[in-house]
Design a protein around this ligand. Structure first.
Ligand SMILES: C[S@@+](CC[C@H](N)C(=O)[O-])C[C@H]1O[C@@H](n2cnc3c(N)ncnc32)[C@H](O)[C@@H]1O
Length: 212
């Protein structure tokens, strides 16, 4: 199992771009990801050093960023708080952090995934779907930088192989794929293809299920 805390302590964080993903920056600049109303919430699970979370907060989202690693709380929490957001130390896939300060199911309008899904052990992928179903309000969007596309699963990970179809399977029938495109701006050094996929949380009349 990956010891994420140790990675940060050793400063061995090859996934960290030191800035928001350029494709996210491009889409924010193009006005594609504007909050539907002031205070609309965005969830950034597995946020790492928080670059994407800061960019979303700067674009007007009320961001909740979650990561397992307590060492990140100081710097990331502070920078996010300055932007009206907050950082929680938790297993994002657990139910532990729900209920705090009005964090109720279906209270998010955006879920942003960047190298979180592909960092998870394969057996936790259904929990990712459960988290998305629990977090997003009907009509809310899940945007994912799907990576590493085409990497053979036998090569292991993280990052574990990821594809739009696999993500769609994990999300289940409450999500409809709205776009699936090669990322126009890539993270420089990544060997495998990156795609931008966007799903809509559709209302099924079924309340978001438990994912434990
Ligand atoms: C590959 S890194 C990506 C970080 C960030 N999204 C980025 O692109 O820079 C994966 C991150 O997910 C966090 N993580 C892994 N499993 C997690 C979980 N179950 N809940 C919350 N965070 C988790 C790790 O601590 C790590 O910061």
């Amino acid at each position: 199992m990956t010891d994420w805390q140790q990675h940060y302590r050793d400063r061995h964080t090859p996934w960290d771009l030191g800035r928001a993903h350029p494709e996210l920056e491009r889409r924010l600049a193009a006005g594609e990801l504007e909050p539907p109303r002031p205070g609309a919430r965005a969830l950034v699970p597995g946020c790492g050093r928080g670059w994407d979370a800061f960019a979303l907060a700067d674009a007007g989202w009320s961001v909740v960023a979650v990561d397992l690693v307590p060492d990140l709380a100081g710097a990331v929490g502070e920078r996010l708080a300055e932007r009206g957001g907050r950082f929680l130390v938790a297993d994002a896939l657990s139910l532990d952090w729900w209920g705090a300060d009005g964090l109720q199911p279906a209270s998010f309008q955006l879920f942003f995934d960047h190298t979180f899904y592909c960092a998870l052990p394969l057996e936790r992928r259904p929990d990712f779907g459960g988290l998305a179903g629990r977090a997003l309000a009907p009509g809310g969007r899940l945007c994912s930088l799907v990576f590493p596309v085409g990497r053979p699963l036998e090569q292991g990970g993280p990052p574990f192989a990821m594809s739009p179809a696999e993500l769609e399977r994990s999300l289940g029938p409450d999500f409809q794929l709205r776009s699936n495109e090669v990322a126009a701006r890539r993270a420089g050094s990544r060997a495998w293809e990156e795609r931008w996929c966007s799903f809509e949380r559709v209302s099924t009349g079924v309340s978001p299920g438990s994912h434990q």
